[in-house]
Design a protein around this ligand. Structure first.
Ligand code: NAI
Length: 302
């Protein structure tokens, strides 16, 4: 802990205004994390309405803090004022850093990167929050690969401290250092990882989820599986982690890895797909996945 505290000190606060593209689960969480540290946030999605929905995620977290006595109404107002929803990339001229957090589709990310960079200042950094796609591949869409980097936050962003920083071959060290400082300024812990598919955490956790699903197909009771996960020191059981990531994203990533690398497709994901496509159970964000998440009261296994 002391080491972490020491590393958090001496932060260069050169990133004062960030742009976020994609105001879904991750984009709105990153907006909250930055705005609550006094950083100005410009939030964009495919429509202003969607961007507003992302901002209301922050509002909901903050209202809970007021109820718990952790924040005052005026503090909350100040944080919300730091988040501005925008409809065009023109506004991103003011940004020191832009983070894309759109859907995990290589083509959509590529298009967004190409579009936004025309509006960025030369010294502005551009980051992807991808959970699996190699940064070197995405950076081919960038005019300034030295300023292109991976910044991989985790869900729920307001609670998770770790952020992976992914340096591609052409990413400059200056860019890496500025991002390390940015992550520290959010009170989070940066780790620099290799530019592999899935980096570190997605590789480890996808194995945890896949093996957990196999255990269930082999007859292990879900409650036992979840308890065993927590007792062994993991933050959550594999099913709860899958719910937190989003079951739609979990399926998509598995399918994409299979297509890109030829790695074997696990039939356990057909079960997850059923939950998503037939029952609309996409995980915690929808209030239902492997667990039920009632508005009031504790979650429980479905
Ligand atoms: P999400 O589906 O909740 O949000 C994606 C948002 O992007 C949606 O609001 C969508 O309208 C928007 N979008 C799509 N195309 C767009 C475009 N062209 N311009 C602007 N906005 C656009 O997805 P989520 O879960 O927030 O994931 C976003 C990224 O973060 C993905 O790359 C994912 O792999 C990554 N990630 C997700 C984690 C998770 O636990 N869900 C954890 C870490 C990374």
């Amino acid at each position: 802990r002391q080491k972490i505290k020491a590393r958090r000190e001496g932060v260069d606060h050169s990133i004062q205004c960030i742009g976020i593209i994609g105001a879904g689960l991750m984009g709105s969480g990153i907006a909250y994390a930055a705005a609550s540290k006094g950083i100005r946030v410009l939030l964009k999605d495919i429509s202003l309405e969607k961007a507003h929905q992302g901002k209301s995620y922050t509002e909901r977290i903050l209202k809970k803090r007021i109820v718990k006595g952790e924040s005052t109404a005026s503090e909350v107002e100040g944080i919300l004022e730091n988040i501005q929803t925008v409809s065009t990339y023109e506004d991103f001229k003011a940004c020191d850093l832009v983070i894309e957090a759109v859907v995990e589709e290589r083509s959509v990310k590529g298009q967004v990167i190409q579009e936004v960079q025309q509006y960025l200042r030369k010294d502005a950094l551009l980051a992807s929050n991808t959970s699996t796609l190699p940064i070197a591949g995405l950076s081919t869409n960038s005019l300034q690969p030295k300023n292109f980097i991976g910044l991989h936050f985790f869900s729920p962003v307001e609670k998770m401290t770790l952020v992976e920083i992914i340096k591609a071959k052409e990413t400059s060290l200056e860019c890496v250092h500025r991002c390390i400082d940015f992550v520290k300024s959010l009170g989070k812990l940066p780790i620099v990882v290799r530019d592999n598919r899935g980096f570190y955490t997605s590789r480890v956790f996808s194995t945890y989820i896949t093996e957990g699903l196999y255990c269930i197909l082999e007859g292990v009771r879900p409650a036992l599986l979840e308890n065993a996960g927590e007792i062994s020191g993991m933050p959550m059981g594999p099913l709860e982690i899958a719910d937190a990531v989003g079951l739609d994203l979990v399926c998509h990533i598995h399918q994409q890895v299979h297509q890109d690398t030829g790695e074997e497709y696990s039939e356990v994901y057909d079960v997850v797909r059923l939950l998503v496509e037939d029952l609309d159970r996409t995980g915690k964000k929808a209030g239902k996945g492997f667990y039920e998440y009632p508005e009031e009261g504790e979650k429980y296994l479905w």
